[in-house]
Write a protein that binds this ligand. Structure first.
Ligand code: 5GP
Ligand code: MG
Length: 192
């Protein structure tokens, strides 16, 4: 079989996680999550837009599919066009308390950085009457935590570098890259 590696995007300094490494880890974690949620009708809630690519792969890797699994989305924004969090988390979406009440909510995040977004969302679902809340994240940067937040399921820990690809953006760019890479600093801090 011939495999082709995608051409490296010119704005990417270094590939941290290849497409193959991500696929292998997502397959493994999907089975683990499926086993834990068997019979629980999980409500899998993805954070737009960063978690969309990961979530699409993760739910298909949940084998055997937990009966009654449903997908929902919320929007959480704290960044704007910068690479440093504003510290405030704005939530929006169409999820009503009746959708969440009594459900086992599995929040899907692209990356846990300060921890503020995930903690705010988990608190929000608890307040809406979820039977349980848990967090699965593609990436975690533990060095950057400002509030305690430990994902229940995690694909990879990464060092404190700004990463893009596999759903993660900078200013809405790079989400469709099939790998996770480090963005060239020149792309977000243009020379004066
Ligand atoms: P937190 O609330 O944990 O500080 O931030 C979580 C959000 O910040 C993530 O969902 C993501 O949108 C953004 N973020 C944090 N670190 C990075 C990063 O290295 N790259 C990108 N593209 N987004 C990041
Ligand atoms: Mg996000």
């Amino acid at each position: 079989m011939v495999t082709s590696s995608p051409t490296l995007h010119p704005d990417i300094d270094e590939v941290l996680l290849t497409q193959e490494a991500i696929a292998a880890r997502v397959a493994q974690l999907g089975r683990e999550i499926a086993a834990q949620y068997a019979g629980k009708r999980p409500l899998v809630v993805g954070t737009l837009k960063g978690a969309v690519v990961f979530m699409a792969d993760l739910v298909r890797a949940m084998e055997p599919t937990p009966e009654g699994l449903q997908l929902e989305f919320v929007r959480a924004s704290s960044y704007g066009a910068g690479t440093v969090s504003s510290g405030k988390v704005a939530l929006s979406g169409t999820l009503a308390p009746a959708d969440v009440e009594g459900r086992h909510v599995l929040l899907v995040e692209d990356i846990v950085d300060s921890g503020r977004t995930a903690v705010a969302l988990l608190e929000h679902f608890k307040a809406m009457g979820a039977a349980s809340v848990a967090l699965v994240s593609l990436l975690s940067k533990p060095a950057r935590r400002t509030v305690p937040c430990e994902p229940d399921f995690l694909c990879f820990e990464v060092e404190d570098k700004f990463v893009v690809g596999y759903g993660l953006d900078f200013d809405e760019q790079y989400r469709s890259l099939p790998y996770v890479g480090v963005l060239r600093p020149a792309c977000y801090s243009p020379a004066e």
